[in-house]
Write a protein that binds this ligand. Structure first.
Ligand SMILES: *Cc1c(COP(=O)(O)O)cnc(C)c1O
Length: 385
């Protein structure tokens, strides 16, 4: 097996030296005043990147913890919930909702399409009993995005709360939590921020807190509890449990880097890398998995011919060329070159295209690797102009 030279997978991703150094900072007591300061600063920086003035909660577990905690906190038995499904994570949310007792309504489209906001509007108008809408901003396994700039306000205008998975959207696409009326947003650090996997970043609006406190099923005295964080940490300055000192320092370092660069510039960097990759994929003679208008910037998803299996291709590229890509993760027979955090820049997409193109040739798929690289470099060169 080749050594691992490049991680171009869809998270966790490579971190910068500065983030690694922060992760290696001394471990202190969690009530040490310096750590308390760092924790509060980190919350504020998360709010800035989310573009929200809502409460921020940092839970000690990968984003699935925040997503499950938020879903359990909001869902009352018998509550009508509209779940938008255009990929693997949206589908999974629906199983949770049903488990937690919701009456689940779903708008589902094939995993290379996006739910039409007009359909959401019509559905909510026809079903005024719906109190909560759940949606994934960026469906990482398929590489598509939801139009939250329209879906958020549609829900808000009807008094419907929104619970949004922004795990791979944060810093990878425009996201204006308050302007778009997003009540609860959940992210992780290990995608476009290029941070450690292990922290859930959650924002909660006033309206969502009201719904949570009125919900007898909202977890309390539990690792999954948002309420504990509100009452203990936000209310009394007492942690419900010990946060990972290292992860918080790592997260703060990522946020500092994003804020120093400017969140809009970080997003532009992700977009540029996606555009370079798309051009290369097309010129190589391959097909993109979804249309450009609904594709996100954090990953480029490439449809594979039936003769090639996505997980075998992923292993082949890693073994032979030392580049870690991502496979379809349940979304379909596709391979993904990710552009996340420190790899969303410059020649990283070219590395991904080269490894993928040559691997496909090795495996008997006729692709024009040279034309792909040329086209990708043309786009990159113009971006740098
Ligand atoms: C990465 C990711 C998560 C976190 O889930 P994992 O299975 O732990 O990776 C949740 N939602 C989305 C959209 C993600 O990209």
């Amino acid at each position: 097996m080749s050594t691992l030279d490049f991680t171009l997978s869809a998270g966790p991703v490579a971190t910068t030296a500065r983030t690694l150094a922060a992760l290696g900072a001394p471990i202190t007591y969690h009530y040490d005043p310096e750590f308390l300061e760092a924790f509060r600063r980190t919350q504020e920086k998360v709010a800035q990147v989310f573009r929200t003035e809502n409460d921020i909660i940092l839970m000690q577990g990968e984003a699935i913890l925040g997503l499950e905690g938020a879903t359990r906190s909001l869902v009352r038995p018998g509550m009508h919930v509209l779940n938008l499904v255009q990929g693997v994570f949206g589908k999974g949310t629906g199983f949770w909702l049903a488990d937690f007792g919701a009456v689940v309504h779903e708008i589902e489209v094939p995993y290379n399409e996006a739910v039409d906001p007009e359909q959401v509007e019509a559905y909510l108008d026809a079903h005024p009993e719906i109190e909560l809408l759940t949606v994934v901003a960026s469906e990482t396994p398929s590489g598509t995005v939801s139009d939250l700039s329209r879906i958020g306000p549609i829900a808000q205008a009807r008094g419907v709360l929104t619970l949004v998975d922004i795990v791979s959207a944060l810093a990878g696409m425009e996201l204006l939590a308050d302007e778009w009326g997003l009540d609860v947003c959940v992210a992780g650090a290990q995608k476009c921020l290029g941070g450690p996997p292990g922290v859930s970043l959650v924002s909660v609006s006033e309206a969502a807190w009201k719904a949570i406190s009125a919900n007898p099923n909202a977890p309390t005295a539990s690792y999954l509890s948002l309420t504990d964080w509100k009452e203990k940490w936000l209310g009394q300055g007492v942690f419900p449990y010990t946060p990972s000192i290292s992860d918080i320092h790592g997260l703060e370092a990522c946020l500092d880097q994003a804020l120093e660069e400017g969140v809009d510039n970080v997003i532009a960097r992700h977009r540029d890398s996606a555009l370079v990759t798309r051009a290369g994929v097309r010129a190589m003679g391959l097909s993109l998995w979804s249309a450009d208008e609904i594709s996100g910037f954090c990953v480029t998803s490439i449809a594979l011919p039936d003769s090639i299996d996505h997980t075998e291709l992923r292993s082949y590229v890693r073994d032979r060329y030392g580049v870690m890509l991502s496979s379809g993760q349940g979304a379909g027979n596709l391979i993904r070159i990710a552009h996340m955090g420190p790899t969303a820049t410059g020649l990283f997409p070219i590395v991904g295209l080269s490894a993928l193109g040559r691997a496909l040739l090795d495996l008997g798929v006729s692709v024009d690797v040279g034309a792909g690289i040329e086209s990708a470099l043309d786009v990159l060169s113009k971006q740098r102009n």
